[in-house]
Design a protein around this ligand. Structure first.
Ligand code: ZN
Length: 454
């Protein structure tokens, strides 16, 4: 007997009426009209069934802190880093945990079931690290949260930066991060890439660096990252995040660079919402878009994923954990409006992102609960009395998904979109849905903030 059978599903490639059979946490068959005995059968009701959304680049330690201690007036990257620096001494672990858990509610309600989050390791207290490890433990039943040790102020630029990062890894952080373009000089940037890749090689860790998040065409740390990846035998385990300088690089240089990145197996993450708002700030007109060269990287055989990066934090005052919003922006900025391009954008927030995280796709409890909630099934979790105490952990995903009022209505709306199995219609419809979600999210955020200042 199968563990799980999902029937009557639409798949991202356009097939409808499909059944997916799961046994021992593996998809064992995908076929039209399959009927078999299963411990659990879910009728997808014609909705789209896909691998879960996966956000490969996020900052969970800063999320939902918008306005604390003040708003980023210029909206620039550097003022964002300054605001975060002002907030850091005031951070309390419990507040960070609560904000992150609230964000995870939003995430799971939108089918976002895997997140890679950078965690600031600049402060010797490692408070954000402890807080995010706690969040990771608490959301484990329904979200796969992977953490990156991120020396926000530069591993070499910060006194004790390397020691802090090593201690974060000792505590159980999964991935080695970096920010070479923020080190004092190009030379120090390259040295930081070398050092961090060596630490990863020595400890058997993955690497994910904020790399060249600048409009400076001469910021070429991605080249060093690809080189170090090959030198140390880290192929397939290294990622360059942002890589926005590539937007502004000389075309001849890029024609040499792209094959080097492909050869090294380095993947690239663009963060379309953030890149389009933070880059090009020193331009008058024409104003650069700043996102890395997504179609060209894909054509060269590089695995490219899209990340959300920020939601309501010092760098970005919007966002709603909706990876379709991310894909929608990526599609526009990269002009990937062909059907093939749109499907590639969908892959960028699902399977390509999962590849970056070395994540095995599986139909976990989170997906099942989310499908049920989307189909309007299950107990009315809006009424706490309707919840059975024994459901506890297992029901975590859907219970949390319903934490926000109106979530089920929203999911029902989403399911209508999902019946439009054509990826183009799916992605286009996402924008309308996100406006309401973002407004509700902002209203929800205002309430606790008023309480704090009261
Ligand atoms: Zn980032």
């Amino acid at each position: 007997m199968l563990d799980l059978l999902i029937t009557n599903a639409a798949l991202p490639d356009g097939r409808t009426g499909m059944a997916v059979a799961v046994q021992d946490a593996k998809i064992v068959e995908v076929a039209a009209g399959l009927h078999a005995q299963a411990a659990e059968t879910i009728d997808a009701g014609g909705q789209l069934l896909t691998p879960p959304f996966c956000d490969p680049h996020f900052h969970m330690d800063a999320t939902l802190s918008y306005g604390l201690p003040r708003v980023n007036e210029s909206g620039t990257l550097l003022e964002g880093i300054a605001v975060w620096g002002e907030l850091k001494p005031q951070l309390k672990a419990d507040d960070m945990v609560q904000r992150a858990l609230a964000y995870c509610d939003w995430a799971v309600a939108r089918g976002l079931l895997a997140i890679r989050s950078h965690v600031d390791t600049s402060d010797p207290s490692l408070l954000p690290v402890e807080a995010m490890l706690e969040v990771k433990r608490r959301v484990a039943p329904y979200i796969d949260l992977q953490l990156v040790a991120f020396p926000q102020d530069g591993v070499l630029r910060t006194a004790g930066g390397e020691d802090n990062l090593r201690r974060a890894l000792d505590l159980g952080v999964d991935v080695v991060g970096g920010i070479p373009h923020f080190e004092r000089t190009m030379g120090e940037g390259a040295a930081s890439v070398r050092l961090l890749c060596e630490i990863a090689a020595e400890r058997g860790k993955l690497v994910d660096m904020h790399c060249d998040e600048t409009d400076d065409p001469l910021s070429r740390h991605i080249e060093t990252l690809a080189f170090e990846c090959q030198r140390l035998g880290l192929q397939g385990r290294v990622n360059g995040s942002h890589c926005t300088s590539m937007h502004s690089m000389d075309n001849y240089y890029v024609s040499k660079l792209l094959p080097l990145i492909a050869e090294s197996g380095v993947s690239v993450i663009a963060n379309p919402l953030i890149n389009i708002t933070l880059q090009g700030r020193h331009d008058t007109y024409p104003k650069r878009r700043g996102m890395t060269r997504v179609p060209e990287l894909l054509a060269a055989g590089v695995n490219v994923a899209f990340g959300h990066d920020c939601v309501m934090d010092p760098w970005y005052g919007m966002g709603s954990a909706d990876m379709l919003e991310v894909a929608h922006m990526g599609l526009h900025v990269a002009q990937m409006t062909s059907r093939k391009g749109m499907l590639a954008c969908f892959d960028a927030v699902t399977i390509n992102a999962a590849r970056v995280m070395h994540r095995r796709l599986r139909a976990g409890a989170g997906l099942r609960r989310q499908l049920r909630a989307a189909a309007g099934e299950g107990p009315d979790r809006g009424d706490p009395a309707a919840r059975k105490p024994a459901e506890g952990l297992e029901e975590g995903a859907a219970g949390r998904a319903d934490a926000g009022r109106g979530r089920r209505a929203e999911l029902a709306g989403a399911s209508r979109q999902r019946r439009l199995h054509d990826a183009g219609a799916f992605l286009t419809g996402a924008a309308t849905r996100c406006e309401g979600a973002a407004a509700r999210a902002r209203a929800a955020l205002r309430r606790p903030r008023n309480n704090r200042t009261a």
